[in-house]
Design a protein around this ligand. Structure first.
Ligand SMILES: O=C(O)CCC(=O)C(=O)O
Length: 281
């Protein structure tokens, strides 16, 4: 998708365009912050309509997703797999990855201009497994600094449908070498236990809310235990412009004006030693 094909969106909730002083303080303290009503219902509908089109067309989109027919699926995630980098398939989604309002908020949280490295779309239908607790910078391998996620709720997210769990305080810790996740409840393999003394929280989110969190924050989700509700989310990852290294899986990466940036490939094995673990996230 050429940047020139992007569809800019300018509408939205003006009074929520930036992160306030209280939110900046709670981000520093807890490692995450929720911006309520960040995207308007119309903007959420634009994202939904694009991913629904990609899902319906089911073209062979290498590196994005490939689904099986609902009637043939033995696991709900086979019919609704997560989409990787859907912004590479849709100008509308690219315009949300690089949404000017996100650029402002991310700049405030990072303390410098943000660069977009990744988008994902999680459908998480009723009965789907979750994603075990983990830290994003284990995968992105940003150095110096860390990555920053903008987790956009497309549906209301809560404990029942497998909303996001976060572990405040873990953002100040190093990366952990993960253990093996339970495949009954997680579709990913790595699992980072809650460090002693810390307590996970599970904030309820409304559609259009954005949960911002840093790359060392331990987070994940439980299965969707409802029988009739999706828990869809559009998840974007960013780095600050002073970052010098990033895992090669995330190229190409963009400034908010749409220009491409190059950073060096990450080196070193990370918290598990010399063994190179952690592919794309
Ligand atoms: O939305 C989820 O269930 C997990 C998402 C996540 O862990 C992530 O974006 O890193």
């Amino acid at each position: 998708m050429a940047i020139s094909e992007m569809t800019p969106t300018t509408s939205g909730s003006g009074e929520h365009a930036t992160i306030g002083a209280d939110e900046l303080r709670s981000f520093a303290r807890d490692g995450y912050v929720i911006a309520r009503h960040f995207f308007s219902p119309q903007e959420v509908a634009s994202i939904t309509s694009e991913v629904t089109r990609l899902h319906r067309d089911n073209l062979d989109l290498p590196g994005c997703f490939k689904r099986v027919a609902i009637e043939d699926a033995t696991d709900p995630l086979q019919a609704y797999p997560r989409m990787m980098h859907p912004h590479r398939q849709s100008g509308v989604l690219q315009s949300f990855l690089l949404h000017p309002r996100l650029g402002v908020a991310l700049g405030q949280l990072l303390g410098e201009p943000a660069i977009a490295t990744q988008s994902m779309f999680y459908w998480k239908p009723a009965g789907a497994r979750g994603q075990a607790l983990h830290q994003d910078n284990f995968y992105l391998k940003v150095h110096p600094g860390t990555c920053l996620a903008a987790w956009v709720a497309i549906d209301p997210a809560d404990r029942e449908n497998g909303g996001l769990n976060v572990v405040p305080g873990s953002h100040d810790m190093d990366l952990f070498c993960p253990e093996e996740a339970d495949p009954e409840v997680s579709f990913t393999r790595e699992f980072v236990p809650v460090p002693s003394g810390l307590v996970p929280v599970a904030p309820d989110l409304a559609a259009g809310d954005v949960l911002f969190f840093g790359g060392n924050l331990i987070h994940g989700s439980e299965p969707n235990r409802t029988t009739d509700r999706f828990r869809r989310s559009f998840i974007c990852h960013y780095i600050g412009e002073s970052a010098r290294e990033l895992s090669r899986w995330y190229r190409p990466i963009y400034r908010f004006d749409g220009s491409e940036v190059t950073v060096d490939d990450a080196t070193g094995g990370g918290p598990c030693g010399d063994v190179v673990v952690g592919g794309p996230h």
